[in-house]
Design a protein around this ligand. Structure first.
Ligand code: ATP
Ligand code: MG
Length: 252
């Protein structure tokens, strides 16, 4: 598992905002384990995650304590929400259909310790622990090796948003349907109505040389990172054209 990312003293809106950020990078096939004692906030987190994926703040998300699993066809993909607290035997997990759930979409599991040996090794683990204040929690996030780079990217984006004043618990982050590129977008919205678009544009590695020793990206003049976007936007603005204002950027 990767080195944990530790987030301290999150209030309830802070935990919900974290769920919105996780919703931004979760993809079909992901398995998210929610650890923590009774009343830690696992269902609170899962509810915020499912609402974010559904784009519906009022969506009913009951705790699956008795049904053991509840499935949601969200706007993005199907999400299965498991609670294994009442599982009598770990082998029952097969009947509950975790494998199918991961083929159809993503899965989030409360009380994964009840069936630890039955769970696939590729996972993201989120552990919620108590703080000295009753309405705050600490969170530790880790991921298996194949997912670790996505988790590191998430941590970078979180710091970037915080550093630039868009990271507070009451600033909503919602995924926006993007284009066919590797870029991903979210809308950020403050309670005072201020809005921004967050763009995650990973650097495009050069492919193999295909002509005159140059990779396709060079021949087609594709942007390999955000530098050209920022430069052209500034150049257009400086010439008096109207372009979206870049509030903040991180070229690296
Ligand atoms: P269980 O093991 O019974 O399923 P759970 O971990 O799913 O428990 P929740 O059902 O989410 O826990 O309950 C958490 C409770 O703690 C809620 O009533 C929530 O309002 C409250 N709470 C207070 N502060 C926080 C916080 N910072 N983050 C999350 N929940 C909080
Ligand atoms: Mg619960």
């Amino acid at each position: 598992m990767s080195t944990p990312i530790i987030l301290t003293e999150l209030n309830e809106p802070g935990l919900e905002r974290l769920a919105q950020e996780v919703a931004f990078w979760l993809v079909p096939g992901d398995l998210l384990l929610l650890d923590g004692d009774l009343g830690a906030g696992k269902t609170t987190f899962a509810r915020a995650l499912i609402r974010a994926l559904s784009g519906d703040d009022a969506l009913e998300v009951p705790s699956p304590t008795f049904t053991l699993v509840q499935t949601y066809d969200t706007r993005r993909f199907t999400l299965a929400h498991f609670d294994l607290y009442r599982l009598e035997d770990p082998s029952e997990l097969v009947e509950l259909g975790l494998d199918q759930a991961l083929q159809r979409g993503a899965a989030v599991i409360e009380w994964p310790s009840r069936a630890a040996a039955q769970l696939p090794p590729e996972r993201i683990a989120l552990t919620i622990t108590e703080s000295t204040s009753i309405d705050h929690r600490h969170v530790a996030l880790t991921a298996s090796r194949d997912i670790a780079s996505r988790l590191a990217r998430f941590a970078d984006i979180r710091r970037f948003a915080e550093r630039n004043g868009w990271g507070s618990p009451d600033t909503r982050l919602s995924y926006l349907q993007g284009d066919a590129s590797a870029r991903r977008y979210a809308r950020l919205e403050k309670p005072n109505g201020a809005r921004a678009i967050l763009m995650d544009a990973p650097r495009q590695p050069d492919g193999p040389p295909i002509r005159d020793g140059k990779p396709y990206s060079r021949i087609a003049h594709l942007a390999e990172d955000v530098r050209p976007f920022v430069a052209i936007s500034h150049a257009l603005r400086a010439s008096g054209f109207s372009t979206p204002e870049i509030f903040a950027h991180d070229l690296d």
